[in-house]
Design a protein around this ligand. Structure first.
Ligand code: GLU
Length: 276
């Protein structure tokens, strides 16, 4: 039964892939070029097979910090915004290089939360994404960190990616993280914590086990992923949380192999989470 639900992912046509700073960088903040190269290679191959992909990539602040020799995330907003400006340009340059190598065109899309609040901007962003996908281009999306202040910021790219999935009419959001998926408890503290293979319904226990903060350059942690999953649920978009340390895992997922936690939103209220 669990396997069958994963198998259905083979039919997904439009997929948003979100990768976090902790997946793209080493703990000292320096960029993991090898992983980025593999990600570009895997995504280009999937796109060539006829699917449409959007990449939501964090890493601007981490890359900017790395370039300036700063090895922890700054607390000051203006510092973060300046480092994001430095890092975003560098990040896109690197993605361009790796995607070019795989003959795949990409575009940069920087968004703020006004695409959620303001109808006109929402329509514009949605049209732009649709047009890019039609042109067979992979949009690389990030929050427009240099202008994002309280009222218009998503704050974390997990949330941003769920709205992007909604705007693009995607059928799947894959959140690549530094953890294998959602566990019954915090696996770093509880040796009996089990990976949950399929989630049909978010429970209070899950929310509790997901609470906690992220480390290093990461932002939202598991709590933000659960919040993103909740947004996707209302748009009926499936979500997978998987370990991004091996970007090839994306191909495994789209070939219907179990590789993390799948949120399928079976509307049957009797069913609940099934530890695997
Ligand atoms: N937009 C931020 C960046 O590129 C990251 C936000 C997040 O990690 O979720 O650095």
């Amino acid at each position: 039964m669990i396997m069958e639900e994963w198998k259905k992912l083979m039919d997904c046509r439009t997929i948003v892939v979100k990768t976090g700073s902790s997946t793209l960088t080493f703990p000292n903040g320096r960029l993991n070029y090898h992983r980025l190269m593999r990600l570009a290679e895997t995504m280009s191959a999937i796109q060539r097979s006829g699917k449409k992909l959007i990449l939501v990539s964090s890493g601007a602040i981490a890359v900017g910090s790395g370039r300036m020799g700063i090895n922890s995330k700054p607390a000051d907003l203006a510092d973060k915004q300046a480092l994001a400006a430095i890092g975003q340009a560098e990040l896109i340059r690197i993605y361009r290089r790796f995607f070019d190598y795989n003959c795949q065109k990409v575009a940069q899309v920087l968004l703020t939360k006004d695409i959620v609040i303001n109808h006109e901007r929402r329509v514009n962003a949605s049209n732009t994404l649709a047009e890019l996908l039609k042109m067979d281009i992979i949009p690389i999306v990030n929050e427009n960190d240099t202008v994002a202040t309280d009222e218009i910021e998503f704050g974390d790219n997990d949330t941003l990616s769920s709205y992007v999935a909604e705007l693009a009419g995607a059928d799947l959001l894959v959140l690549l993280s530094d953890i294998d998926g959602l566990f019954t408890a915090d696996p770093t503290k509880d040796q009996y914590a089990k990976l949950i293979r399929v989630v049909n319904r978010l429970t209070e226990d899950m929310e509790k086990s997901a609470a906690g903060s992220s480390t290093g350059f990461g932002t939202g942690g598991m709590a933000a992923k659960i919040a993103a999953a909740r947004i996707c649920r209302s748009a009926d978009i499936k979500v997978v949380i998987a370990n991004g340390s091996r970007p090839g895992i994306l191909s495994d997922i789209l070939q219907g192999n179990e590789a993390g936690t799948l949120f399928t939103w079976d509307r049957d209220p009797v069913k609940s989470a099934r530890p695997g």
